[in-house]
Design a protein around this ligand. Structure first.
Ligand code: GLN
Length: 278
């Protein structure tokens, strides 16, 4: 029989990944692994562990192996087929939550999230702003499924998810002028840049959630003009963007008549969010 410590030594991956995966297989937390390194583990756990660590070594994302990811202090269920929520995206969510509190207080408002993935943006806003009702849209069946699982997991009722291509998903719902805020983290990597991303991203995360067309700006060009129909007067449009897309997306918002257009930076000082009001 092998012990926890034997297994950790056998793994060629980072020690943290190894501890997290073994913790998941044994259904115990990190401190148990640190404390009880001499406990024996079953053959079944040993085999599963070695298999998963092999996958990890190929670049398979740790978040898919663990089936979870923390975002905005909330635990999200995750599986292959949806983008892993990034810490950078918390910039957009934190700004949006502050904006809601400051401008609307307790008044009821509607927020639209275009491209939900695991539901990280929609569900964080719904969780922290109980006065909002969030509509989340995605073209991917997996995204809708995972986001609904997360909605149940987080016990939220002020959010609904709709499958479809951007605003088409809302057809028949009578929502013209209905949103105070439209938020989106659309696919924004230029098609030819995808091959330059990390293996973990380009080989295992959904291309549908990454590929923003020739220059990565397709979705900003599509969403911005149409958003005006669904935003109320002075409604806010807020996007996550790639670090080098600030100027181009600001220009798109200005050319569609948006006001108070500005850029927010991420923790590394790079452009990360563009916003403006109708
Ligand atoms: N931030 C992601 C990455 O760098 C891209 C996400 C997106 O295209 N919206 O991999």
């Amino acid at each position: 029989m092998v012990t926890i410590n034997n297994l950790l030594r056998k793994s060629e991956n980072s020690i943290l990944d190894s501890i997290l995966v073994l913790g998941k297989l044994l259904d115990v937390d990190k401190s148990y692994i640190y404390t009880y390194g001499d406990r024996e583990v079953s053959k079944e756990v040993e085999e599963k562990f070695l298999y998963l660590m092999q996958e990890r070594a190929r670049g398979y994302p740790i978040q898919y192996i663990l089936g979870e990811r923390e975002f905005m202090g909330l635990d999200f269920y995750l599986e292959e087929g949806v983008l892993v929520p990034r810490p950078d995206t918390e910039i957009l969510v934190e700004y949006t939550i502050e904006y809601i509190n400051k401008n609307y207080g307790d008044r009821n408002i509607k927020v639209l999230d275009l491209g939900i993935g695991s539901g990280a943006i929609s569900l964080s806003i719904a969780h922290y702003c109980k006065n909002t009702f969030v509509y989340g849209v995605d073209i991917s069946d997996t995204a809708i499924k995972v986001a609904n699982l997360n909605k149940d997991k987080l016990n939220l009722f002020n959010v609904n998810f709709y499958k479809g291509d951007l605003f088409k998903a809302l057809e028949g719902l009578d929502l013209d002028g209905g949103f105070q805020i439209i938020a989106s983290n659309p696919p924004y990597i230029a098609s030819k840049e995808i091959e330059n991303l990390d293996t973990t991203v380009k080989d295992f995360e959904p291309r549908l959630a990454l590929d923003g067309g020739f220059d990565g700006l397709d979705f900003y060009r599509k969403i911005t003009p149409e958003s005006k129909r669904f935003l109320d007067d002075n409604g806010l449009l807020i996007y996550e963007i790639g670090y080098d897309q600030g100027e181009a997306v600001v220009e798109i918002l200005y050319s569609e008549g948006f006001n108070k257009v500005s850029v927010l930076k991420d923790l590394q000082g790079l452009d990360r969010v563009v916003l403006g009001t109708k």
